[in-house]
Design a protein around this ligand. Sequence first.
Ligand code: PMP
Length: 465
Amino acid sequence: MSVSSDPAPANNRFPTAALQAMDAAHHLHPFTDHKALSAEGSRVIVKAEGSTLTDSEGNRILDGMSGLWCVNVGYGRDRLAEAAYAQMKELPYYNAFFKTTTEPAARLSEKLSEITPEGLERVFFANSGSEAVDTMIRLFRHFWLLEGKPEKQVLIGRMYGYHGSTMAAASLCGMSAMHAQAHLPLPGFEHVMQPDHYHLGLDGESAADFGLRAAKAFEDRILAIGPERVAAVVAEPIQGAGGVIIPPETYFPEVQRICRKHDVLLVADEVICGFGRTGQWWGSDTFGISPDLMTMAKGLSSGYLPISALMVGARVSKTLVEEGGEFFHGFTYSGHPVACAVALENIAIMEEEGLVERAGHEIGPYLQDGLRSLADHRIVGEVRGVGMIGAVELIRDKDGPVFFEPEGDVGTRCRDHCFANGLVMRAVRDVMVIAPPLVATRTEVDQMIDRARRAFDATALDLGL
Ligand code: PMP
């Protein structure tokens, strides 16, 4: 391994091989081929600071993915640990079921209504992005019943959209492998094309024209289903897990116009884009969306504790509150006081350190320049990104472009080379994805770009290119 090595950290009490054996024998990992992983053995991460992970062998690895797009304020924040400790000592748990609340839950509700776009004033708490998405689905179905339109139940998402792994959230995803394995989607879920100009644009079609065509796919589908049956359109501002698909500027204003015209709710899934990732607080700000509902998770606590939220806009909350009637939904840990206390402290850090402004105007543009400097590489096609999220398309030939076949093998190979060079980048098909902590320094960004280039060199060499 060519990454720098420290002696094994003191708090790693078990030898790596013992941990790997326990893990291989008992731990079923998410989104993993268990047979392949058992043969290979897991990498054990033992500590992290800022943007750097340390594994059980003392290797230091730059985390270009903020964990799973979540550690926005970086690792090793004492303030977050202290906020959790203080709240656990004071009140480790109480629920919000029996007309009760807690101070952190009430304060976080108000804070979220203050920092989210105009009109989103009420919040329902959950623990993961998937749960927030399921909550959204339950809530808008209830909403349309209250509105006296019980047939308005169909939800439209997009191909390569990712919204989570529970049955309803996975149905909303546009991921064919997930669907095939679990007999999904459930009834009432439809999908239209993703706004991916690089792969789906026609010869000579401008990004602006393509954006309008991709938006029209929603209108065509709404009309085919019948507007009286379509409840909502759900979209990530940038499709993160689908390969950082960034829509043309023309896309969302048109999607929004279509939704309003047909009385269809518009939901922004901000689980990745929220909390400064795109250089503004919300992807909705970056792409000009005024959503009726908004889901968030990840950056809400910077991943320090599980917490997610569904923000509910005036149109929906007015009916819910005025019409009354119990909403038969919720989780034991909805509004968990410790998670809420950590989220409040996390938002305070983001505000005090100006991390969103930094992502928009300082380190974000610096990262984007660095990524674009990779465009001259032999196996690099389109480079795209905004703020602290970006993607690099790996291609066989720039002329065309010609993509690799079978799709995905080269991406996985390149991801392994990134790891070996001390960098976490994620491969989505043959798209290399990056989303570093918003606190990454210029030196760290330089190192990430340098290591990515070395990984691309090694990948090209493997392929004889
Ligand atoms: N929505 C989006 C946009 C996501 O990216 C994700 C996870 N990557 C989810 C929902 C699901 O979140 P979780 O894994 O916390 O359930």
